[in-house]
Design a protein around this ligand. Structure first.
Ligand SMILES: Cc1cc2nc3c(=O)[nH]c(=O)nc-3n(C[C@H](O)[C@H](O)[C@H](O)COP(=O)(O)O)c2cc1C
Length: 360
């Protein structure tokens, strides 16, 4: 049953060891500036995304919806988004479309975060099987349910393949994404769920869909291969594919090298400093899921304190790199560690921070 799957995801993600692989943020070094020539209070962390002002470039990741526990989590997170001036994705809304009696667990987001940036969410495999008329209806329902400012479609082939009741259907997804971009009347975000986006995929998206943002959701945080295999009892197979995908820091550079829209950084982002590193190497915004789920399950005060800490860490990283605003942070110098340098040069990624050897 779809509801019990949603509760399994929450229980397993919050209670078991489901993080694996390397995000490679430990290989991104920001340069300390001993003479920032600004006061701490001069640092302006705010940015505008899809016409909404954010107090800092942070969006609560796509997590859940559809059950009583999910409703509690969404209520807490929506209150935080509204209060702290940040954005929020919801989890996949398919459950609320096929079982409208569960839609309340998503509507609480619009009720508790009336002015915050809100992002609707549907899965690529599911939309791949809908004809255009039904798809257009699903997209409107998802947007209206939370009064969304944008819609995200998640790409999750690894999850679907490991999920006991998975639907690994990806034929025709590019055409469906292009259709959604045309009919949604809102910015379109294409995201992964923890295995990363390569420059080849970003190129295909840029040329055939032209989404407004790509959220890399790379390796190094929550692994849905692990979560689904715990549900399925197929731990050995999950061990074979442990860490499968593109490390988040590498994925940001890959996508940025071929795509001019907004890049969202997620997948194992675990501090405001990770977020600052993500922006320094090409992302515009950062996002996090599992740690927010855990703090939201403990209640509003805990979640609020956690996000406030992220804000402080992010602002401190800006101050210590001498960045007066987020634009300046995106231009600070960085030093990469050997694994990341090797990854990027083998992939021919002309990242602004590395000089590739002259081919001649
Ligand atoms: C319990 C749970 C449920 C999730 N459900 C969704 C979902 O419905 N749709 C989606 O796009 N991503 C979903 N995700 C994936 C996250 O948005 C994110 O891409 C992934 O967890 C990596 O980020 P993290 O390492 O910060 O957790 C879920 C994550 C968690 C932990």
């Amino acid at each position: 049953m779809i509801e019990s799957r949603k509760d399994d995801h929450i229980k397993i993600a919050a209670g078991q060891e489901v993080e694996e692989g390397e995000n490679l943020f430990n290989e991104v070094h920001l340069i300390h500036i001993a003479l920032p020539e600004i006061d701490y209070e001069d640092v302006d962390t705010s940015i505008t995304v899809f016409n909404k002002r954010l107090s800092f470039p942070f969006i609560i990741g796509a997590i859940t919806g559809g059950t009583e526990t999910a409703e509690k989590v969404n209520t807490v997170l929506a209150k935080c988004a509204e209060e702290l001036g940040i954005g929020m994705y919801v989890g996949s809304q398919r459950i609320a479309i096929v079982k409208p009696e569960t839609a309340r667990s998503f509507r609480v987001v619009a009720e508790n975060a009336p002015t915050a940036l809100k992002i609707a969410n549907l899965g690529a495999p599911q939309v791949s099987r809908l004809d255009e008329k039904v798809l257009s209806d699903w997209v409107s329902q998802a947007i209206d349910m939370i009064n969304a400012d944008a819609i995200a479609i998640h790409l999750n082939p690894a999850q679907e393949v490991f999920q006991p009741e998975g639907e690994p259907w990806f034929r025709g997804v590019l055409d469906k994404l292009r259709f959604i971009k045309r009919v949604a009347n809102r910015p379109l975000i294409v995201k992964e769920v923890g295995n990363g986006i390569s420059m080849e995929v970003a190129k295909a998206l840029a040329s055939r869909v032209n989404p407004d943002a790509i959220d890399v959701a790379g390796v190094g945080g929550t692994s849905f291969i692990r979560i689904e295999s715990i549900r399925a009892g197929t731990t050995d197979e999950a061990n074979v594919f442990s860490g499968w995908g593109i490390p988040t820091a590498a994925s940001i550079c890959e996508v940025r090298s071929v795509y001019n829209g907004l890049v969202f950084a997620s997948g194992g982002v675990r501090s405001g400093l990770d977020g600052a590193k993500a922006i320094a190497i090409g992302a515009n915004v950062f996002s996090m899921s599992k740690p927010l789920l855990i703090s939201a399950l403990k209640g509003y005060n805990e979640a609020r304190a956690f996000i406030s800490r992220l804000f402080k860490e992010f602002k401190t990283a800006m101050f210590m790199t001498g960045s007066k605003n987020v634009e300046e942070l995106s231009k600070v110098p960085v030093v990469f560690g050997p694994t990341l340098i090797s990854w990027l040069s083998q992939r021919g990624v002309p990242c602004k921070h590395i000089t590739l050897p002259n081919p001649k």
